[in-house]
Design a protein around this ligand. Structure first.
Ligand code: 3PG
Ligand code: MG
Length: 413
């Protein structure tokens, strides 16, 4: 990506507005259960503070639908950020209005201010398409964005996890800051480098592993990847739709009937493109969908009343063998119901094979969401090249989509 980053510009004495993705998971008591997204923004935050700037941080949390909701306040994030940064983080009780303006204008070099949840205002998530069809809505989104834009001298996009959304803070705010520096954060730069560049310039063999429950969510990924990769490994719930497409009985396994035809078409196109497709050759089946449910391994049809919950041991070995010589691996989606023991075994075997390939010198990229949770749960997070902080965003990049929040940032050189 030839985009300017926060490391390329002088921020001395400047107020820097940074859009982060602090949409972190909270438990029922409002305690942060993973601060990964906060920690990964620290290098960009420190770059501003060490460079003599002050920071105005903004984010969304959850989907409050345009209304103030204490359960989705960013106050826990302010506290955690303050702990990990080792300095006070000021907090504004809203993201627009007089309190924010006063606090932003009083900022001194090295100060950090976090604004309250952007999505407490409906203008934040108003789609550009809808706004384009209604002058009043367009005006409201623009006015909201202008209020935020006026707080700062520099715009930084660091919210990779939100990069696929046309939220006001992602695109309208930088539009309103035309003429001021608009740059990428360091996490954003890294995510794009690992996801886009890996697909564009892979060392071969290049293997994609796709899993997860639904084939519908992965069709565009398969379409985009089948003429770029050497092989696609398919596991997880989506495999049963492919089994169905091959005329096999799948019992009560998850299946998207509307996509059976498309699954066949994808297999056909992959064949034409010379892309090998590896489907599971055996399956762990259970009658009940719960941990330690009675289960067995089969390699043919699945009986009535039984459902596939994981890939079987022969598939694990086959997939691991394919991954062994890979030089580039992209993984999105678990191989089975990894939340329920012992049906995490297939996902674990693939995670271990990906870690082994990394140790052998492969570049390995794990998409956000479930596969990121799985690899962390298996204690292998530090044994792959990159784990994305974005679920939906990494999937859309794998689909080959462009993000307009990136297009608007300043080019290098
Ligand atoms: C995410 O976690 O998916 C991102 O923060 C984006 O949130 P959203 O899916 O609610 O837009
Ligand atoms: Mg999402």
């Amino acid at each position: 990506m030839a985009k300017m980053t926060i490391a390329d510009i002088d921020v001395t004495g400047k107020k820097v507005l940074m859009r982060c993705d602090f949409n972190v998971p909270l438990d029922e008591r409002g305690v942060i259960t993973s601060d990964d997204r906060i920690l990964k923004a620290l290098p960009a935050i420190r770059t501003v503070l060490d460079g003599g700037g002050s920071l105005i941080l903004m984010s969304h949390l959850g989907r409050p639908k345009g209304e103030r909701n204490v359960a989705m306040s960013l106050t826990p994030v302010a506290r955690r950020l303050s702990d990990v940064l080792g300095q006070e983080v000021l907090f504004a009780s809203d993201c627009v209005g007089p309190d924010v303006r006063a606090k932003a204008s009083a900022l001194r070099q090295g100060d950090v201010l976090l604004l309250e949840n952007l999505r407490f205002h409906k203008q934040e998530t108003l789609k550009d398409k809808e706004a384009a069809a209604d002058d009043q809505l367009r005006g409201a989104k623009d006015a909201f964005a202008r209020d935020i834009a006026e707080l700062a001298d520099v715009y930084v996009c660091e919210a990779f996890g939100t990069a696929h959304r046309d939220n006001a803070s992602m695109y309208t705010v930088p539009q309103m800051m035309a003429g001021k520096p608009r740059v990428a954060g360091l996490l954003l730069e890294k995510e794009i480098k690992f996801l886009s560049d890996t697909i564009a310039n892979p060392e071969r063999p290049f293997v994609a592993i796709l899993g997860g429950a639904k084939v519908s969510g992965k069709i565009r990924v398969i379409e985009n990847l089948l003429d770029k990769v050497d092989a696609i490994i398919i596991g997880g719930g989506m495999a049963y739709t492919f089994f169905k497409a091959q005329g096999r009985s799948i019992g009560k396994s998850i299946c998207e009937k509307a996509f059976v035809g498309q699954a066949n078409g994808l297999l056909e196109r992959a064949r034409e493109a010379g892309c090998e497709v590896l489907l599971p050759i055996d399956t762990v089946i259970a009658q009940d969908f719960k941990a330690h449910a009675e289960h067995r391994v089969i390699s043919g049809d699945i009986d009535e009343g039984w459902e596939g919950v994981d890939i079987g041991p022969q598939s694990r070995a086959l997939f691991a063998q394919k991954l062994q010589d890979a030089k580039t691996i992209v993984w999105n989606g678990p191989m089975g119901v990894f939340e329920l023991e012992p049906f995490d075994a297939g996902t674990k075997a693939v995670a271990e094979a990906v870690a082994q390939a990394t140790a052998n010198g492969a570049r390995t990229v794990v998409g956000g969401g479930d596969s990121a949770s799985a690899i962390k749960q298996m204690g292998l997070a530090d044994q792959v090249s990159h784990i994305s902080t974005g679920g939906g965003a990494s999937l859309e990049l794998l689909e080959g989509k462009r993000f307009k929040c990136l297009d608007i940032l300043d080019e290098k050189g």
